[in-house]
Design a protein around this ligand. Structure first.
Ligand SMILES: Cc1cc2nc3c(=O)[nH]c(=O)nc-3n(C[C@H](O)[C@H](O)[C@H](O)COP(=O)(O)OP(=O)(O)OC[C@H]3O[C@@H](n4cnc5c(N)ncnc54)[C@H](O)[C@@H]3O)c2cc1C
Length: 511
């Protein structure tokens, strides 16, 4: 807070391009040396010289611009106080609907206890301090996540937490607030929802998403062995990276169509793997590939270390190359039989059961991102003035906001209910009973994202199509929400799965 107090009359005297002060949110800024550097040009600043520029500023800028240029603030208007609220690191947003209901002080929830709240605060602080700055940089320049950040996450058990509850967390005191044995699917949902607040969709996947969807299969399906211990330790400590390689150019939705083969050597000690994989997240920098292969009587899943014969090439997609999305070629790659996950020819169950946690994580992410878009729109509608009125004063705009808010609240409530069911089921029960509901939720959440992205761009106008400035978060969401609609199973496939799974329990019940 600036100490010097000034009057509006004093500010009014500094009203030329060579001596330019203005008032924003009751604070006084000396912009004299900034006039030539202003990205919007000198003329616009001269128009507000000596005046209160609060409305003009917020009509065109994000609050973060003021934070960036805080050093230009020279004082505060006598007897006045700044009104704009900016939450500090780790704090909750005061904007209505910007936080899920359970985090808002006036509401109650049956699901959450103090350990959930404590974890939420700790992860938010961590993400805002360490993840978000790097995420923004990498999203722009397309380079891969730094080893420094991976090490920091590993040290704080944030890699291990992203695999969901389980023995791999036991004996740990997670971020000093949750015992590993107590970590449940609601904690899991919380960490996932906090991580996506870095607002960098490519980086979100570049940040060990490959590990999140593949190490789960190793933990669940690889028999206990020194190899398993070594691999799990290497990956959870951040020394090695891992990805899930199922999809091929020939086989996406129809996993059964995959053509990569694993043939046993005559001595029965190895498989020889031949084939290709497409769109493999983190494939570019992975050391291990959890790979779906065709074997004589079915499918098998193998853990393949990077070695001679494994070739990865970058695929550019609509989000940043920081995700390390790869085309992979396996040319006669020799893999020990001990690297088999589950049983030979019975890999389908390994692949399918592993999908549940991946899809649950994706629901957490896209629902939280959708909420961020609601927050962006609510702020924007309260600051953008068109035809002499704030956008929020237009009934047509309020209708759009109502629709967006309703989608987000409904999806979050469904998500929390599913997380609660997961807490009360074994892995096998989840596979049997929750594959369908999780599929339906993911399918619906991305349809909601479609509606929300569409309305948000309209609300932001040209800025919703601009990669920097006011609409940058909306622009990114509109460009990338489809990743959640396709990856881990498409909307159509998951909607279909949801109904087919329900039909398995349909009694002979007539109208
Ligand atoms: C950026 C990116 C990252 C990815 N990361 C990974 C990864 O890490 N590991 C991995 O294994 N895979 C990954 N994938 C692959 C992803 O899972 C597939 O793209 C997805 O499963 C869809 O397969 P497909 O693209 O071949 O579409 P297709 O299977 O060719 O389907 C095309 C369209 O037809 C629709 N369709 C297909 N069958 C039906 C039906 N029966 N009824 C109605 N509609 C139908 C689909 O919904 C889809 O809209 C990634 C993909 C992308 C783009």
């Amino acid at each position: 807070m600036p100490h010097k107090t000034l009057t509006r009359e004093e500010v009014a005297k500094h009203n030329t391009g060579d001596d330019l002060w203005c008032i924003i949110d009751h604070k006084v800024y000396d912009l004299t040396d900034f006039v030539d550097g202003h990205p919007g040009g000198a003329v616009v600043l001269e128009q507000v010289a000596g005046k209160d520029a609060t409305s003009a500023f917020y009509n065109l800028h994000r609050q973060e611009v003021l934070t960036k240029y805080e050093k230009l603030c020279i004082g505060i208007i006598e007897g006045e106080k700044p009104e704009v609220v900016t939450p500090g690191i780790g704090e909750l947003s005061p904007v209505p609907y910007a936080e899920p209901l359970w985090l808002r002080p006036q509401f109650k929830s049956p699901y959450f206890n103090e350990s959930h709240r404590a974890l939420q605060r700790k992860v938010r602080e961590f993400v805002e301090t360490y993840v978000k700055p790097e995420a923004q940089e990498k999203e722009r320049d397309g380079t891969y996540i730094s080893q420094e950040l991976i090490d920091r996450m590993a040290k704080n058990d944030l890699l291990a937490m992203r695999l969901g509850p389980g023995k791999h967390l036991h004996g740990k005191n997670l971020l000093g607030v949750v015992k590993g044995e107590q970590f449940d699917y609601l904690h899991d949902m919380i960490q996932a929802q906090e991580f996506v607040r870095a607002n960098a969709r490519g980086f979100q996947d570049g940040n060990m998403a490959g590990m999140m969807i593949s190490l789960t299969a190793v933990l669940q399906w690889m028999p206990e062995s020194p190899l398993k211990t070594k691999v799990v330790n290497e990956v959870l400590s951040g020394q090695k990276k891992m990805c899930l390689a199922i999809t091929e150019a020939f086989a996406g939705s129809d996993v059964a169509g995959l053509r990569t083969t694993a043939e046993k050597t005559p001595d029965g000690k190895h498989y020889i793997v031949r084939g290709t994989k497409k769109w493999i997240t983190n494939g570019m920098f992975s050391d291990y590939f959890v790979t779906g292969c065709r074997t004589p009587k079915g499918f098998s899943v193998l853990l393949i270390p990077r070695q001679e014969g494994v070739d990865t090439k970058l695929i550019k997609t609509s989000y940043s190359t920081t995700a390390g999305t790869a085309f992979i070629e396996f040319s006669n790659v020799k893999v020990p039989v001990g690297n088999l996950l589950g049983e030979e020819d019975k890999g389908f169950i390994v692949i399918l059961s592993n999908f549940n946690h991946e899809r649950f994580m994706m629901c957490c992410g896209v629902i939280r991102q959708s909420r961020t878009i609601v927050e962006e729109c609510l702020k924007w509608c309260n600051q953008r003035i068109v035809f002499g009125k704030k956008l929020i004063e237009q009934p047509a705009i309020r209708q759009k906001l109502a629709k967006m808010i309703s989608h987000v609240e409904a999806n979050q409530a469904w998500l929390e209910s599913i997380a609660y069911q997961m807490n009360n089921m074994t892995y096998a029960q989840q596979s049997k009973h929750l594959g369908g509901p999780i599929g339906l939720l993911k399918s619906f959440a991305t349809r909601s994202a479609h509606e929300i992205a569409d309305e948000a761009v309209n609300i932001f106008g040209g800025r919703g199509l601009t990669q920097s400035g006011m609409g940058k978060v909306v622009e990114q969401f509109h460009r990338t929400y489809k990743f959640d609609a396709i990856l881990g199973g498409t909307e159509e496939i998951l909607a279909d799965l949801g109904v087919r799974q329900a039909m398995k329990e349909m009694p002979k019940c007539m109208l």
